[in-house]
Design a binder for this molecule. Structure first.
Ligand code: ZN
Length: 382
């Protein structure tokens, strides 16, 4: 196959020139062949540029990105071109994808990027010895990343960053509970805030694998989208002593919810049966300092304006505990229209509750008020 023929074209994403197949730009659903490229995932890649930049800015060791399932290497190419990084290695099993990545690397005159054609775990195993590991390791598969957590963690150096994408949303959102239990070791509860439960299930699974290897993970930033969930964790080569695994208890009757270390049978508010999602990650999902440094980085790059807005929401909720409420669910319980989001947050704060918006939902908010207290507060301000 000749990649300079007319079925391909050059585009620019961020500040990086890329060779892509024309169909991936024109078709509504980008084709998987010859190489998958989704232009709509630009936001996802923009946020990784910002996250990696914030990480590299404060990282003292060698600056190396290992991209396990790179496809045509868009993320890796952008990192090599737009960030100050010593080495990027992109790996994929598809030789056409790698040929396109090489072509794009030449377009940008890059000399800090290498290519590898290997099975992802074999590739990462080549980098799992101390002294050879990556400071950033990325796993971006079709479907679940859980099968690669082990080799991903082993290839990440002490103090490094591991980022993963999950696109098996039906499994994580509770359509296939058995598959969720098999892949992630926990189950979900179908609720308005299902995306947060999903991300906590991914982090919980990562935590279990890390703990088995004597490694600690600390979530820095997470991102939820209609088509994927992404997590960024710091990896430390020391055992995790904290109690970071537990459950989200959710009452489908009254809407009460909270994070707990153990399962419970009865809702503390209405005394009916309560459901439990988990085991899952119950610690923080945003690291405040890290989010602040991401915000500081945003001005350096050609990225979607919405990145800044998303990150400010993450900053606001970074020290709040799980999980969030949506205005729609409160409205249906109140049987009347709810306040605007910014008013909802300030009403709660004026009532001496802690409250913030959340990046997880445009109508979502976090608070330490329980559902009855929220409804009372909103009624009082009508
Ligand atoms: Zn209840």
């Amino acid at each position: 196959m000749d990649i300079s023929d007319e079925s391909f074209q050059e585009i620019v994403e961020g500040e990086t020139s890329l060779l892509v197949s024309k169909k991936s730009i024109t078709d509504k659903v980008p084709p998987k062949k010859p190489v998958f490229f989704n232009p709509k995932a630009k936001l996802n890649r923009d946020l990784s540029i910002v996250a990696y930049s914030a990480f590299l800015e404060n990282f003292q060791g060698p600056k190396i990105l290992l991209e396990g399932l790179s496809g045509m290497g868009v993320r890796g190419l952008r990192v090599a071109n737009e960030l100050k990084i010593e080495k990027v290695v992109v790996n994929d099993l598809n030789p056409t994808a790698l040929k396109m990545a090489e072509y794009s690397a030449n377009l940008n005159h890059l000399d800090n990027i290498k290519f590898s054609e290997n099975d992802v775990c074999r590739f990462l195993s080549n980098y799992s010895k101390k002294g050879k590991r990556g400071s950033i390791v990325d796993l971006d598969p079709f479907g679940s990343p859980a099968a690669f957590f082990d080799c991903g963690i082993r290839a990440t150096m002490h103090g490094g960053m591991l980022s993963t994408t999950a696109t098996d949303l039906q499994v994580l959102n509770g359509l296939f509970q058995e598959a969720c239990k098999r892949k992630y070791g926990g189950i979900t509860v179908r609720a308005e805030y299902g995306n947060e439960i999903a991300i906590r299930l991914i982090l919980g699974c990562l935590r279990i694998v890390a703990a088995r290897l004597g490694v600690e993970i600390i979530p820095q930033f997470v991102e939820s989208d209609m088509h994927y969930y992404r997590t960024y964790v710091k990896v430390l080569n020391k055992p995790d002593q904290k109690e970071n695994l537990g459950y989200i208890l959710h009452c489908k009757n009254c809407g009460n919810r909270r994070i707990a270390l153990e399962k419970e049978k009865e809702c503390e508010m209405c005394k009916l049966k309560i459901n439990a999602a988990g085991p899952l990650w119950i610690g923080n999902i945003f690291e405040k300092k890290f989010i602040q440094s991401m915000i500081d980085e945003t001005t350096k790059f050609k990225i979607e304006k919405v990145c800044d807005k998303i990150l400010h929401k993450c900053l606001a909720e970074s020290e709040m505990s799980g999980t969030y409420f949506t205005l729609d669910e409160i409205a249906s319980k109140m049987k009347s229209s709810p306040p605007k989001l910014e008013n909802a947050v300030s009403f709660l704060q004026k009532n001496n509750f802690v409250a913030s918006v959340t990046a997880f939902s445009p109508t979502g908010f976090r608070t330490n008020a329980n559902i009855n207290e929220i409804i009372e507060t909103f009624h009082a301000n009508q």
